[in-house]
Design a protein around this ligand. Sequence first.
Ligand code: G3P
Length: 217
Amino acid sequence: MKFFVDTAEIDAIAELNDLGMVDGVTTNPSLIKKSGRDIIEVTKEICNLVDGPVSAEVTATDAETMIAEGRKLVEIAENIAVKVPLTWDGLKACKTLTDDGHMVNVTLCFSANQALLAAKAGATFISPFIGRLDDINLDGMELIEDIRTIYDNYGFETQILAASIRTVNHVLDSARIGADVITAPPAVIKSMVNHPLTDKGLDAFLADIKAAEIKIL
Ligand code: G3P
């Protein structure tokens, strides 16, 4: 399973990248706003740091302008994936940009039928939003399962990029189902290390190290 980091914060990306945890990065207009940076500048910096796909989202809603924006974004670096919304115009832009040979991430996916259309339009990645479905008392993981089944039934190569991940259990369930990629905020990825029995066990070992004056260096 690939790990993408869902942020435009350079320091957070660099910290995880140094540990080999970063297979790619996803950004969106809200994350760019949060960073307070210019989209082109910050995206270029991220692309210089990370080898894998870096998703940068278009701002337009009509296909023609989305395509023009996408063509500008891909000039930033070879590893740009153009992010387009799951609308009819977004699908048109997806088809044109993938036909041009670019990676496209179709975002704001909330149904399996939408994911089917994105695959037909040649999307490199489909981004189903788990957390936002959970927010309205629907089952985000059920959507990941449905898309996995449908893509496997027909051999679609579009990669399932589980997004809007808010908890470590979202990561675990996505891995169990076989999502190709998860994109998560740095804090969620880092909190995967936590377990109370690890802390308890380490405390006991440290007490014994002190009591027995065990030294290595
Ligand atoms: O990858 C999409 C993500 O940024 C949305 O997450 O928590 O705003 O639903 P959230």
